[in-house]
Ligand binder design. Structure first.
Ligand SMILES: NC(=O)c1ccc[n+]([C@@H]2O[C@H](COP(=O)([O-])OP(=O)(O)OC[C@H]3O[C@@H](n4cnc5c(N)ncnc54)[C@H](OP(=O)(O)O)[C@@H]3O)[C@@H](O)[C@H]2O)c1
Length: 317
C-alpha cells in the first residue's frame, strides 16, 4: 500500500515543528512541509532528513506548483502558517489578511481533480469578543483586533470554498522549545526567565485564556488525520482547542512559580488596561471545550501539569 501524504504548511513555526516531529515518526506516512523565510535552518534539515521541503508564499501562492510536481496531492494538509503576532497584524492589515486567509492554498487544493484532501486549519480564540467566559463554537465571533478579523475571514473562506475541513480555534499554545528554536518568546519560558531574576514582574489579573499544551494540540491533529485516513468520511468541523483551565496571566505565573519554587510575591497583579500593547486584546476568551472532548475523546492536560511537562522537557533538551 502506498504511503499517505501529509503536508504541513508553515512547518518551520512553533506548532509546525512539533507536528513535523510527530508525523515524521510514523512510518506509514510521507511528510512534506513548507517554509517561507529562506534559507531553511540547518537543525530542521538535520532532524528531518527524509522529508521534502518547499518554499511557499501564501500571499502570492508561489511555490504550490512545485509541490504538485514533486510531491503530488496531499491526503492531509495542516495549515499552521500565519502572521500569528497580533501587533504585527495591526501594523500591516493588508499583509496579515493576504497571509492569514489562505485563499492561495485553497485554490491550489481545488486544482486537483480528486476531492481527497482533508484541510486542517489553525484558527484562534481571538475570534471571540472577550466579554464573557467559556465561549462555545456557536457563539457569534466578534473579533476586536485585525488578527482576529483575519482569522474569522479565513474560517469563512474555507467553509465556503472547501468541502472537507477541520478548523481548530486554538488558545495560547505552550510547551517545550522546537528542534530549530523559533524567534518569538514562548510563554512558559518567558515567565520562568522573568521570575528567575528574583525581581517583581507585572502580570495581568484580568485577561483570561485556556492555554493548550502543544502536544495535546498535536494529538488532536493526529486524531483528525487518522479519522480521515481510516474512514474517508468528509468533515466540516469547527472545534475550540484549548486546555481545561481558564487562567489569568497571574495564575499562569503562579503555576510556574509553584513548580520552580520561586517566591510568589514577585508576581505583581496589574490590570491589562495599564499597558498599551499597540493592539486591542480581548479580556476573557476562555473557551468551552466540550465539543472537542466529545468528538475526539481527547482530554487535554491541566495547565499545572502542562507547565510541569514543559519545564521538565526543557531541562532534558
Ligand atoms: N502560538 C500560539 O500561541 C497560537 C495561539 C492561537 C492560534 N495560533 C495559530 O496557530 C497557528 C500556528 O501558530 P505558531 O505559533 O506555530 O506560528 P508561528 O510560529 O508564528 O509560525 C508561522 C509560520 O508561518 C509561516 N509564514 C509566515 N509568513 C508566510 C507566508 N507569507 N507564506 C507562507 N508561510 C508563511 C512561517 O514560515 P517561516 O518561519 O519560514 O517564515 C512559519 O512557518 C497559526 O495559524 C496561529 O495563528 C497560535
Amino acid at each position: 500500500m502506498s504511503k499517505k501524504k501529509i503536508l504541513i504548511v508553515g512547518g518551520t513555526g512553533y506548532l509546525g515543528q512539533h507536528l513535523l516531529q510527530s508525523y515524521y515518526s510514523n512510518q506509514s506516512l510521507t511528510v512534506a512541509f513548507t517554509y517561507h523565510s529562506s534559507p531553511l535552518l540547518q537543525p530542521l534539515l538535520d532532524a528531518f532528513p527524509d522529508s521534502q521541503s518547499f518554499q511557499v508564499d501564501l500571499k502570492s501562492g508561489i511555490g504550490f506548483d512545485a509541490i504538485s510536481n514533486a510531491f503530488g496531492q496531499p491526503d492531509v494538509v495542516v495549515n499552521c502558517a500565519a502572521i500569528s503576532v497580533p501587533r504585527a497584524c495591526e501594523n500591516d492589515p493588508d499583509t496579515a489578511n493576504a497571509i492569514n486567509v489562505p485563499s492561495s492554498l485553497v485554490k491550489w487544493l481545488q486544482s486537483f481533480k480528486q476531492n481527497s484532501t482533508l484541510l486542517i486549519h489553525l484558527s484562534t480564540d481571538q475570534v471571540y469578543e472577550g466579554e464573557k467566559s467559556f465561549y462555545k463554537e456557536e457563539d457569534i465571533p466578534i473579533p476586536v483586533n485585525v488578527y482576529g478579523k483575519t482569522k474569522v475571514a479565513a474560517e469563512k473562506f474555507i467553509s465556503e470554498n472547501f468541502p472537507n475541513f477541520a478548523i481548530l480555534r486554538s488558545s495560547i499554545i505552550y510547551g517545550p522549545q522546537t528542534v530549530s528554536p523559533v524567534p518569538k518568546s514562548l510563554p512558559i519560558q518567558w515567565i520562568d526567565s522573568a521570575l528567575s531574576k528574583r525581581e517583581k514582574v507585572n502580570f495581568f489579573h484580568d485577561e483570561f485564556r485556556c492555554p493548550i499544551f502543544v502536544k495535546d494540540l498535536v494529538t488532536i491533529i493526529l486524531a483528525l488525520t487518522s479519522q480521515w485516513l481510516s474512514e474517508g468520511k468528509q468533515m466540516q468541523l469547527l472545534l475550540n482547542a484549548g486546555g481545561p483551565d481558564r487562567v489569568s496571566r497571574v495564575e499562569m505565573a503562579d503555576a510556574v512559580a509553584q513548580f520552580r519554587g520561586y517566591d510568589t510575591s514577585l508576581i505583581k497583579a496589574v490590570s491589562a488596561s495599564t499597558v498599551d500593547r499597540g493592539v486591542k486584546s480581548p479580556a476573557d476568551i476562555s473557551m468551552d471545550i466540550t465539543r472537542l472532548v466529545q468528538t475526539l475523546n481527547i482530554n487535554p492536560v491541566s495547565f499545572k501539569d502542562g507547565v510541569k511537562l514543559t519545564l521538565t522537557t526543557e531541562a532534558q533538551q
